[in-house]
Design a protein around this ligand. Structure first.
Ligand code: CO
Length: 134
């Protein structure tokens, strides 16, 4: 079921500071910051040859990463996103295995305009996993 690693998301206090670090220290190719108010985040993508790193800064009220940053003030790895061919199938498989799907429990349109689900970290060794249909 699992395909490629689509991205690793890192919560940061400031996407502009973090993307400057990636650009100036690591020489990475970084995108312009994009505000995604519906998702409560400002995001920057670091483009690597084999995957992407997504930097997330909370914006607005009730940002899903606000609490995470309170616990981890300097930032930290927030989630890993794997690609799947069929998100509905993946969703029912996860439910059959007793995994909790966050939010409505159904696939929703994610930050990249594709259907995604987030799986509660409890079942996957404390790692928040996003599955994205490609
Ligand atoms: Co993501």
């Amino acid at each position: 079921m699992i395909g490629k690693l689509n991205h690793v998301a890192i919560a940061v206090p400031s996407v502009s500071d973090a993307s400057n670090q990636y650009k100036n220290i690591l020489g990475a190719k970084v995108s312009k910051p994009i505000d995604l108010p519906d998702h409560g985040v400002k995001t920057v993508f670091i483009e690597l040859d084999n995957t992407k790193i997504e930097l997330l800064e909370p914006i607005g009220d009730n940002s899903p990463i606000e609490k995470f940053l309170k616990k981890n003030p300097s930032g930290g790895m927030h989630h890993i996103c794997y690609e799947v061919q069929d998100i509905k199938e993946a969703c029912s498989k996860m439910k059959d295995e007793g995994a909790k799907i966050l939010g409505s429990g159904k696939p929703s349109v994610g930050a990249h305009g594709k259907p995604v689900i987030f799986i509660h970290p409890k079942i996957f060794n404390g790692t928040l996993i996003e599955l994205e249909e490609v």
